[in-house]
Design a protein around this ligand. Structure first.
Ligand code: PLP
Length: 386
């Protein structure tokens, strides 16, 4: 009795999901599979955040909240943007959403008309092009620089971006530190993109969800260069190990935030009330949160070094990412086609990683190193055998 919509049918089946389900299948069959495919911290949410959520439940903070989020949390986010990013968003220029994912989706729905083009530096997070298309827009991938040494690559080429601007271009998506590249865009590149946006009358959607996971590089918010042209996305998932709580947020020009709230009011309403109080604790108990973030960052950095040097030593070229918790490895030596390389890794080394196909990264596979050093050693041992 049902027929699927053109919209539903237009969704690309995800290579990520294909690998994950095959990995689960093998695991169910008793195989010892190591998953390097997940995009989430391996830590539990820090205790002070969990306690705040328990307290919120005890206090009966379990009802609908304003669609845009509880006022205390929007105040705290406004203050966080000022303190950590040098961005000045009043609390009513902030919206709280069910994950950074919903913030981005709301933004595309609020800002795109059919046929509007969105520039997306490649490799990119798989969801950007799909979300743009669902909102009726046209994703336009823009290549970043190719790594030539272990320490460079996947950087913005602003001329390349500008070459793709057409009369239909509306938005530029930036994601620094980036998934899946781990690349951090330096301030001068961000300033150049901001100038481009101002010159050509474009908006920037800046996804800064990995901002705290940076290993030595300078992390700057592009919104400081072009506040009127930038919508800044962030969230609790990656920095505070809160993926399951589903709290993301955005700050930007008030009329954009108001349109995102209007859309959200007719779809999901507010983000989970208990999750909001948990995020409030993460943003206001600075000392406890900073201790957690610093500890996690130091651990990720060690793991990154272990994995990057191990993969390069095995002859699998892997640039050193400066942020997030992913590496993007050239697997053409295993197989020219990254889907086949991913299959070999899974079937023969029992390591689940994500082929770059959906990330706009042909010939590469993404490993997440949000896992223990012992596990990484075992992964390297298995790859050496392969
Ligand atoms: N942006 C990027 C680049 C991501 O990798 C992710 C999660 O994988 C998200 C946004 C969304 O995270 P969440 O919806 O959990 O806030």
């Amino acid at each position: 009795p049902f027929s699927l919509s053109a919209r539903a049918l237009s969704l690309k089946p995800s290579a990520t999901v294909a690998v994950t389900s095959r990995a689960l299948e093998l695991r169910r069959a008793g195989e010892d599979i190591i998953s390097m495919s997940v995009g989430e911290p391996d830590y539990d949410t820090p205790p002070h955040i969990r306690e705040a959520a328990v307290q919120a439940i005890r206090d009966g903070r379990t009802r609908y909240t304003p669609v845009s989020g509880v006022p205390e949390l929007r105040e705290a986010i406004s203050e966080k943007f000022r303190r950590e990013n040098g961005l000045h968003y009043a609390p009513d220029a902030v919206t709280v959403n069910s994950g950074g994912k919903q913030a981005i989706f709301n933004a595309f729905l609020a800002l795109l008309n059919p046929g509007d083009e969105v520039l997306i530096p490649a490799p990119y997070w798989v969801s950007y092009p799909e979300m743009v298309a669902l909102a009726g827009g046209v994703p336009v991938p823009v290549p970043t620089t190719t790594p030539t040494t272990p320490d460079n690559g996947f950087q913005l080429d602003v001329q390349e971006l500008e070459r793709r601007v057409t009369p239909r271009t509306r938005l530029i998506v930036l994601n620094s530190p980036g998934n899946p590249t781990g690349a951090v865009f330096p301030p001068e590149a961000l300033r150049a993109v901001a100038d481009l946006a101002v010159r050509r009358g474009l908006g920037i959607v800046s996804d800064e969800i990995y901002e705290h996971l940076v290993y030595g590089a300078e992390q700057v918010s592009v919104g400081t260069f072009a506040p009127e042209h930038t919508l800044t996305i962030n969230g609790a998932s990656k920095a505070y190990a809160m993926t399951g709580w589903r709290i993301g947020y955005a700050g930007g020009p008030k009329e954009v935030i108001a349109a995102m709230n209007a859309l959200q009011s007719q779809s999901t309403s507010n983000a989970s009330s208990v999750g909001q109080y948990a995020a409030l604790a993460a943003l206001t108990d600075h000392a406890a949160t900073a201790r957690f973030v610093q500890g996690a960052r130091a651990a990720y950095r060690e793991r990154r070094d272990l994995l990057v040097s191990g993969l390069n030593a095995l002859g699998l070229p892997t640039p050193t990412p400066q942020g997030a918790f992913y590496v993007l490895t050239d697997t053409t030596r295993l197989h020219p086609d990254e889907l086949e390389a991913g299959r070999l890794l899974l079937e023969r080394a029992r390591v689940a990683a994500v082929p770059g196909t959906d990330f706009g990264a042909p010939g590469r596979v993404r490993f997440s190193y949000a896992t223990s050093a012992a596990t990484l050693q075992e992964v390297l041992r298995r790859l050496a055998e392969l």
